[in-house]
Design a binder for this molecule. Structure first.
Ligand SMILES: Cc1ncc(COP(=O)(O)O)c(C=O)c1O
Length: 481
């Protein structure tokens, strides 16, 4: 009864390791998943587990579960499967015996100068630095997104204090007070973040996370400034005047907060922001907004940290979402994780900590993940995946616009860059019900913000998959008429 999307240019399957469509045997979670949930529930909280996966059977854009349900995955474990499941290039890499040593030991650059890992280290620099953001030649790998941001914040504080001290070494008072969490050794510095932002759940990151109360309740935090993030109207091209006004309001408030916090004796050492607020509801802002914010940071001597944990790795159609801003000097620090498989952050030379062990932990990333990243980057280049993402993203967003026109009482605010798309649903309950119904029809989606659905397919998601998804989504929506 509803419109069908038929791909004219991509009717056949492009990927030889992909399946040809979803195949559902049971509702999800099926009996086997439920059984495993019960077993695991005896030793940990399983409230966040939806079902159990069968990775041996999962391929390409399809995730197979332990009940043999095969689902088209537009969520990819919160955007962290860059080139789909069981990509042949990665399987080949794993079966190469000379790569096995990368699974031993802890991360690189730790206190054991591991000769036998030298080739891995070389590959790491090749892999990770090959995609360094403009103006950045240094990188520090870490294990996860929160760990990357937490250490990036520390790097900003160390940089700020060293700047204040000039040539002087830390005073005796600095040294003695830091051990008892008191100033000046533990200075009252702050980081400015944005309402709706998400930067992780560890204590420092959490002080800059403002997306959902469940993350924050009962956890002590810092008195750090929180600026409003623009609440724009979509499609952006149709509301340029209204959106420019909203962005100007937010920029003004951000600058006011920087001044206020300095007056309070808690100067802002750094500003942290996502190029698209992801967990907080896929909130976009214009390149001009980010360029102006970057200038505000410079004007007030704050480091500018762009958190690309979710946006980085190609899903916006550029490797880094901040490349859409068109700047030679977009940031002082750029953090990453998810699609890059390893976590970490790039930084300018001056944000390098001045002594060893100031930024340090046991793992400092994982050598095996760097090997995977190197191969993922090869695949992205070889298969022109950034162009593909732009193409399939256009098909996805066009379909979402059409569906929102067809279901104005249910859907609104379709938006996106590349395949990094989202759409709002009339309320939280309907959104959640749509997500479950889509899953039972063989499509995996995720929510974000109060009532949005976010789309985070792998980079191998083609126009064909977009059409397949839109047909199923359209059938699901028909149930809500
Ligand atoms: C923008 C952003 N920053 C940081 C994080 C935290 O990463 P992790 O969950 O690996 O700690 C996330 C996770 O979703 C994220 O989306």
């Amino acid at each position: 009864p509803v419109c069908r999307y038929v791909s004219k240019t991509a009717t056949s399957i492009h990927l030889d390791f992909d399946y040809d469509g979803p195949s559902m045997k049971t509702p999800v979670p099926g009996p086997r998943s439920q059984d495993l949930l019960k077993q695991l529930g005896d030793i940990q909280n399983v409230g966040a587990i939806n079902f159990f996966c069968n990775y041996e059977e999962s391929r390409g854009n399809y995730l197979v579960d332990v009940d043999n349900n095969r689902m088209l995955d537009l969520y990819t474990q919160i955007s962290s499967i860059p080139i789909g499941y069981s990509h042949p290039a990665l399987l080949k890499l794993m079966s190469n015996p000379s790569n096995m040593c990368s699974f031993f030991g802890s991360g690189e650059f730790n206190w054991l100068g591991k000769d036998n890992f030298i080739s891995v280290d070389e590959k790491k620099s090749k892999a990770v630095l090959a995609v360094a953001p403009s103006g950045m030649t240094r990188v520090q790998t870490m294990a996860c997104g929160s760990c990357s941001n937490e250490n990036a914040y520390k790097a900003m504080f160390i940089w700020y204090r060293n700047k204040e001290r000039g040539d002087k070494t830390p005073s005796n008072e600095d040294i003695s007070t830091c051990m008892i969490n008191k100033a000046p050794g533990c200075p009252d510095l702050s980081i400015l973040s944005f309402m709706g932002g998400f930067h992780g759940r560890t204590l420092g990151c959490l002080a800059t996370t403002h997306s959902k109360t469940i993350h924050k309740l009962d956890i002590p935090s810092f008195d750090w400034p929180i600026a409003p993030f623009p609440r724009l109207q979509y499609p952006l091209e149709e509301f340029t005047r209204e959106n420019a006004k909203e962005e100007a309001r937010c920029l003004e408030e951000a600058e006011d907060l920087i001044v206020k916090w300095r007056q309070k004796g808690k100067p802002v050492a750094g500003i942290v922001i996502e190029p698209i607020q992801a967990e907080g509801g896929d909130n976009h802002a214009s390149p001009k907004f980010f360029r102006s914010l970057r200038n505000i940071a410079r004007k007030h001597g704050c480091a500018f940290h762009v958190d690309e944990v979710q946006t980085g790795g190609g899903s916006t159609g550029k490797f880094w979402a901040h490349e859409h801003w068109g700047m030679d000097d977009p940031a002082d620090i750029v953090s990453f994780s998810k699609k890059l498989l390893t976590g970490g952050y790039y930084h300018k030379d001056e944000l390098q900590a001045d002594k060893p062990y100031r930024i340090f932990n046991t793992w400092m990333g994982d050598p095996s993940k760097n090997l995977f990243l190197l191969e993922v980057l090869n695949v992205i280049r070889r298969e022109n995946l950034l162009e593909e993402v732009t193409h399939s993203g256009k098909a996805l967003l066009t379909g979402l616009y059409e569906l929102q026109a067809q279901y104005p009482g249910i859907l609104s605010r379709a938006r996106g860059q590349g395949t990094f798309c989202a759409i709002d649903v009339c309320d939280d309950a309907t959104r959640n019900s749509i997500l479950l119904k889509a899953r039972d029809k063989g499509v995996l989606l995720g929510g974000c913000g109060d009532c949005s659905i976010r789309f985070r397919p792998a980079l191998i998601f083609k126009e064909y998959h977009a059409h397949l998804f839109l047909n199923i989504f359209s059938d699901v929506l028909a149930q809500f008429k």
